[in-house]
Design a protein around this ligand. Structure first.
Ligand SMILES: [Zn+2]
Ligand SMILES: [Zn+2]
Length: 412
């Protein structure tokens, strides 16, 4: 009876802690852990030490290798380093992995579903000068960051706020027996979290974020607008949008919006500018300086003897917009000429005779009295042709509407 027994090893405590037999199956272990761990969760007044022990016991017994070592040599063997040691993990992590991991199937750790945070889109107004020369813009934004104190858990203890009862959904499926072998499934509001999906008791709330999990942060973003970028082009700062727990942070996206330029218009890599010449300049030659988007003065001049007609265009190579990502390549600069004629009454009959002597001869021949007699008299007057066309369009639109009455009503 009193024979030399080997040093007493304790290889039953973990089973006792979980309340299972020594030959409990993995399923039984899981059920046992779930039942006891929820009852002993510190959030709901449970004993943290007991909660930790449960996690430890479960971690060891659910791992065949560790369980083997435990059964043979006891707890101390694990503590001494065989099989990786016991209690290496945060008990909350084990708990969360258990409840957040989607139930009992598979059992693979990790693989938590993550939401995708929304991208934050800002409009960034830029001038044509900005796009020609490239520029830096500093933008100060305030955004949500996961609370650094609690790593976005909202709790002092580091436990997840997600309600274990409903896994954060706020609802639970209940089963009711309504007859022999007949059950009814019902959805009801989770009683643990009262439907909020979260539980953080006052005692455990994070002192920095007050269980909000996030804090506001001001950040200055430096946006580099590259030479040759286009209106509508996006500059993306990946993962800089608002952070939220269990969420892949969205991007901050700046969409370039080109402000209209008083002088230059842009189409792809080309620039368009209009210039008005006086009648004298159009006939006798001109020269002027055109200030470019980088401040350079371009000398624009006509060739000797050249006459510029109203609406005529000319182009200069390599003075257009820089090509994005190949800014040494540039488009063309197109110049469209308008010609300003003198106002009515400026020229005296005498000056007109002088001009007529210089200018090319009239194309219309003088009419005879008989030809004149055959013509009908007319009255011509000034109009603004653009206004006339606009009025026509409005009239047409109105008539279209009247012609198609209540088609939309009939369809509804
Ligand atoms: Zn709940
Ligand atoms: Zn916090």
């Amino acid at each position: 009876m009193f024979g030399r027994s080997p040093r007493k090893i304790n290889n039953t405590r973990y089973y006792e802690v979980l309340g299972v037999t020594k030959n409990a199956s993995l399923d039984e272990l899981k059920k046992a852990y779930m039942n006891t761990a929820t009852k002993n969760h510190p959030h709901y007044g449970g004993d943290p030490q007991k909660f930790k022990e449960l996690a430890q016991a479960y971690e060891v017994l659910s791992d065949p290798e560790k369980r083997d070592i435990y059964d043979q040599y006891g707890e101390d063997a694990l503590k001494e380093g065989m099989g990786g040691g016991a209690g290496a993990h945060n008990p909350f992590d084990i708990f969360e992995q258990f409840f957040g991991g989607g139930g009992f199937g598979g059992g693979s750790s990790g693989g938590r579903r993550q939401k995708h945070g929304e991208d934050v889109v800002h409009t960034l107004k830029v001038s044509l000068e900005d796009l020609y020369n490239g520029t830096f813009k500093k933008l100060s934004l305030s955004r949500n960051r996961l609370c650094p104190k609690c790593s976005g858990k909202g709790t002092k203890s580091g436990a997840s706020a997600t309600c274990y009862g409903c896994q954060g959904s706020g609802m639970r499926v209940g089963v009711r027996l309504i007859g022999p072998g007949m059950i009814q499934r019902m959805l009801h509001v989770c009683t643990v979290c009262e439907g909020t999906g979260e539980v953080i008791i006052d005692k455990d709330k994070c002192s920095q974020c007050k269980r909000n999990k996030v804090t506001q942060e001001k950040k200055v973003l430096e946006v580099f607008v590259e030479k040759g970028m286009q209106h509508g082009e996006k500059i993306v700062f990946p993962g800089e949008a608002d952070e939220a727990p269990d969420t892949v942070t969205g991007d901050i996206v700046f969409v370039l919006e080109l402000k209209e330029h008083p002088k230059f218009k842009r189409k792809y890599d080309d620039l368009y500018v209009e210039h008005t010449l006086s009648l004298t300049e159009s006939l006798c030659g001109f020269q002027f300086a055109l200030t470019h988007l980088d401040g350079r003065e371009l000398l624009i001049k006509s060739n000797p003897g050249e006459v510029i007609k109203p609406g005529q265009s000319k182009a200069i190579n390599d003075e257009g917009m820089p090509h994005h990502q190949r800014p040494f390549m540039k488009g063309r600069l197109y110049i469209k000429f308008n010609v300003e004629f003198p106002d009515s009454g400026v020229l005296s009959p005498d000056q007109c005779r002088h001009l007529e002597a210089i200018l090319p001869p009239r194309t219309s021949t003088r009419m005879t009295d008989m030809e004149l007699d055959e013509c009908e008299e007319t009255t011509i007057y000034d109009v603004n042709i653009e206004d006339e066309m606009r009025r026509k369009q409005q009239q047409e639109a109105y008539e279209d509407e009247v012609a198609r009455p209540s088609v939309q009503c009939a369809q509804q």
